[in-house]
Ligand binder design. Structure first.
Ligand code: TXA
Ligand code: MG
Length: 341
């Protein structure tokens, strides 16, 4: 792998033009989006896309999402787009929604990891769309973290993971949504939810029946077939062991307040934090706040050398399902139920 002096760019027109030039040359750029930072490359250039897998240390069987500046381009990259996809696009695009559709041949196999489908997303972040337009390319972009570590929600997270591995990162501030896009596919007029995100199952169900894949809240067993390859992998893991404590606030406090010791931390809601007797970092009260802060908080636990983190179990309604899904993976599905039956 090549070694780079990684430049931190701004969202100025000049800097974006420079980043767009890198994309056209088959290089990688750290790109802000409303969800998390992406590692952007020309989706139709297999040599460039290969660099994404190398820079992240990503398994080759995990497909990339293709980002477009405008929904009007969708049929250039995918076919058999159902009417419902256009209805969803009207309501949620640009925004944190990825639609998996049959790919056209111009999308190389390495981008779709050999699948005959590809996920398409129009990012809601203006800088991302301006970069895509300026490059004149469709942009493949996974989250810009090293494979297995928490997704980056600030340019400094991208620098931490990617410095020296890529030529540039555009600093677009912190990502307002904070968890990756909702990923869906279509099945006989129904929507299959493959990964929960800011566009919730409840919102989607106003347009069609939503089938929630069970791997959203359950671990896949060794060698089991999953509909979305990303569901197989342990993800978003900080170095500390994370355990989710499920129960009332009172039971959570009783549990964590009886722990303690070197490297043991609580990860409560903001409103619970004042009553925690062990050190900790809180991660918000509403599901939206928790989504926005989750990954940065997991990274902070690494910085302070946490060994064991006890997280207060989030709600799994609405956007909460995305928070719960990411936290479950960070915890390697380890949950302790403390509520009384
Ligand atoms: O918000 C996001 O989606 C961010 C930003 C950068 O756009 N990107 C992102 O990409 O999260 P990545 O590569 O970290 O996650 C893509 C997920 C993976 O779980 C992958 O398995 C799934 O989407 N996926 C991609 N293409 C798919 C396909 N054709 N069929 C099923 N799942 C697919
Ligand atoms: Mg990712």
């Amino acid at each position: 792998m090549m070694s780079y002096e990684t430049r931190l760019l701004t969202s100025s027109e000049e800097d974006i033009e420079y980043a767009a030039g890198l994309i056209r040359q088959g290089e990688l750029v750290g790109m802000p989006t409303e969800t998390v930072y992406g590692l952007a490359a020309d989706a139709e250039n297999p040599v460039a896309v290969k660099k994404i897998f190398e820079a992240k240390g990503r398994p080759q069987d995990n497909p990339l999402i293709v980002h477009l500046a405008d929904i009007s381009q969708i049929e250039e990259y995918v076919r058999d787009v159902p009417d419902i996809a256009y209805k969803l696009a009207e309501n949620f695009c640009p925004g944190p929604l990825t639609m998996v559709l049959p790919k056209r041949d111009r999308i190389p196999d390495i981008t779709s990891a050999g699948l005959d489908t590809v996920g398409i997303r129009i990012p809601g972040h203006k800088t991302a769309r301006v970069l895509i337009k300026a490059s004149g390319k469709a942009i493949a972009a996974p989250s810009a973290n090293l494979s297995g570590s928490p997704s980056p929600t600030a340019a400094e997270h991208v620098m931490k993971d990617m410095e020296g591995r890529i030529p540039a990162v555009i600093d677009g501030g912190s990502c307002p949504v904070g968890v990756e896009s909702t990923v869906i596919s279509f099945e006989d007029g129904r929507i299959r939810l493959l990964r929960p995100g800011f566009v919730s199952a409840e919102e989607l169900s106003e347009f069609a029946e939503v089938i929630t894949d069970r791997h959203i809240t359950e671990a896949a067993s060794e060698g089991e077939q999953v509909r979305s390859p990303g569901m197989k992998y342990k993800h978003y893991s900080p170095k500390a062991n994370v355990t989710i404590i499920e129960g009332s606030e009172k039971e959570y406090l009783k549990y964590v307040n009886s722990r303690g010791g070197e490297g043991v931390f609580a990860m409560p809601f903001d409103s619970t934090a004042a009553d925690c007797k062990i050190p900790g970092i809180s991660y918000g009260d509403t599901s939206e706040e928790q989504a926005a802060r989750l990954f940065a908080v997991l990274r902070e636990f690494d910085e302070i050398g946490a060994r064991q983190v006890y997280a207060q179990c989030p709600s799994s309604d609405g956007v909460g399902l995305a928070v719960y899904n990411r936290l479950l993976r960070a915890a390697g599905f380890e949950i302790i139920k403390v509520q009384k039956e």
